[in-house]
Design a protein around this ligand. Sequence first.
Ligand code: ADP
Ligand code: MG
Length: 799
Amino acid sequence: MSGEMVKQTIQIYARVKPLARRQQAGIYSVGEDEKSASTLEIIVPRDLADGFVNNKRESYKFKFQKIFDQEAKQDPVFESIAKPVAECALAGYNGTIFAYGQTGSGKTFTITGGAERYSDRGIIPRTLSYIFQQLEKDSSKVYTTHVSYLEIYNECGYDLLDPRHEASRLEDLPKVTIMEDPDQNIHLKNLSLQQATNEEEALNLLFLGDTNRMIAETPMNQASTRSHCIFTIHISSKEPGSATIRRSKLHLVDLAGSERVAKTGVGGQLLTEAKYINLSLHYLEQVIIALAEKHRSHIPYRNSMMTSVLRDSLGGNCMTTMIATLSLDKRNIDESISTCRFAQRVALIKNEAVLNEEIDPRLMIIQLKKVIQELKDELALVTGEQRTEELTQEELLQLDEIIKTFLEDPDPESTLDVGADMRKIKHCFNYIKQLINRTNIPDRSLLSPDITGDEDTNTPEKKEELKKLRDLLHQRDNEINILVSMLKKEKKKAQDALFQLSAGSRGLAVSESSLSISLEEGQRPSACVNVKDTQDFSSSVQRSAFLPRKTGSGGEMSLGRQEAFEIFKRDYVDSVTIEDNKQLLKKRFAEAKSLGEKVNEVRNKINHLKGEIIQRHMQRAALGVASPSEELNESDPVEESLRAQIEEEKKSYKTMFNRLKGLKIEIEHLQLLMEKAKVKLQKDFEVWWSEETSNLQDQQEKLPMSNSASALRASLPSLESQQHLYTNSCSDTSRVNPNEDRGRKNNLNRLSNSTSDTRTLQSSSSSIPLTGDSQTDADILAFIKARQNLLQKKGLGNK
Ligand code: ADP
Ligand code: MG
């Protein structure tokens, strides 16, 4: 470790989530009174002051580094909070950014981003993008980046980057455990580190993890509110030729919801007792309290997995930043105040980040070799003998004589004295070893293949045959060797072809250096991007987008279920976003394509200009031959202007090329978002479907007839009344967020259209069997009922 150290307290920021309703304005204000800090004032409304906030004060003030109010977009949040930390990580310091706040206050939105818009992408994708941009710029070092993604639920760690991606429950993911080495360093066993060589690969890993996280969540475990997720970027860097390696870790942490009390009880009642306390958050608080106290020596890191993993981030070797996410509406005032209080304590914690440098073992070897040489020199100086590596022939003969005499001497008292020379001592041992081996030779020769113990082999015929077989064996050996080397060549050829194919299909792999203009190259037609490449580019993006995932039911869906899925999909709130993104994606593809065409045009133009220069040269040369008196050294203004034009075109090429690159990243991100939305749709459908089927089964069991379509039909009226009950009890607790609200309005028309669909289907179902297949009929009916249920929940079914 180098001595470079940065002492810093944990930086705290606040971010206020946009409020749902206007009435709550005026609950807080932000004061920018000081240079390096701002103050958040929370004003408790009068009607609440006597209620659950049991305090006379009406206003609370908290200091933060900076406060992002509800208008703040993702970009400035990244710029002020994450970029400086990413820069430190690139320089070799550890960094941590964690979001703390109650469920729904915007932790995931801030750390990972919104699930809909590209502009809503959060700190993780932006940081990845920034880091890879910087790596590309810095050619003075060799960088390696890996990522890991850990979820901690209920004191168990799970690896979200499980490449098998088949997990449907949290328990299916590889379990991660903590190991402490003798130096009390924490190691995470079973957490995979996946190498990411560029932004695209890193982004794919992030989405893989997020999808695993989503798939693994069930209403039972409520992982998204009760688990902690730690996305870590591991960077190592080394200057070529230098011996020191720098390694740093950047943790981006989405903590569990900090709420203590479940406030939304049945019928909107306020629950006063703690219904659920997240233990590891409790221990996080203990650690923070201990750290904030001046003279505490014992910090209880070991109490929970999360505090163990984040040990360095809290009071250790790390630059740490906390984002307090606040949902400042009336109902959440007390939670918001407690989040702010927590932040104030966190701000007292002092960290000491050191530059994480290690020596490369290869340099160590070079250094040790040097030391050995020095010691040898010193030894030679002391003993007065120049010791070469080997003993001379003469010395060896002398030595052999001494040994022989010694061995032959019958006197048991005789000694063998060769002096304090390791080489001579070793030689004696070797001599004796050889001697012993030689006496063993007869035994060993028994095992040799020539004399296998079979007397017959000694006959001349057998000997002849043996020789023949041996020759044959030799021949076959040669043949095999030839075949192997042929095979190797073929394999290499195939690999090269594959490589070329993949390089060719990636339009952006075209290097800018191919643009460098040299006159000899002028005729080569195959340079740079052409339109075909651009088309391939879009298709390659499409291909690369996401990993195939088992949906669990895709192939084996029954007809009824398929139908249900189609309609569920149509009515699905998020399908509007999916559609929007699809349109946007189309637009971006078109843009990429036309940009690719433009790039191609510019390339042609450059080639054309190069051709003109060549012609110009030839003309001038001809002129030189015709009239040698002409001054040929004189610069040619025409050529100069051509060159200037080429420079211009190169510039515009570069601009377009960069834009194309940006488009590529955006397209990939959009595709990943859509892929995720699709998986979510599938999952929501499965959950909804199984709920509805089990509801129906309960209903069926109460009826005398069983398991036939007519029985189901007969059960319709009773189902309906039950649904009304269900609808009523749900309406109080159902929460509306602004996005859902919008989606609902957009879907209103579709839903009312589909209501009439249902009725048609339903009326037909009451008279004749739908398909004749009772299972399918049951499925369809189940679906119809479930859908009515859904519509009624949304307040659209009038039945
Ligand atoms: P948490 O992770 O803290 O439980 P989320 O990040 O899931 O909360 O946020 C809850 C909802 O609020 C999500 O729908 C999210 O998109 C939205 N949201 C949160 N913060 C913002 C913000 N700053 N701007 C717009 N929408 C936000
Ligand atoms: Mg969340």
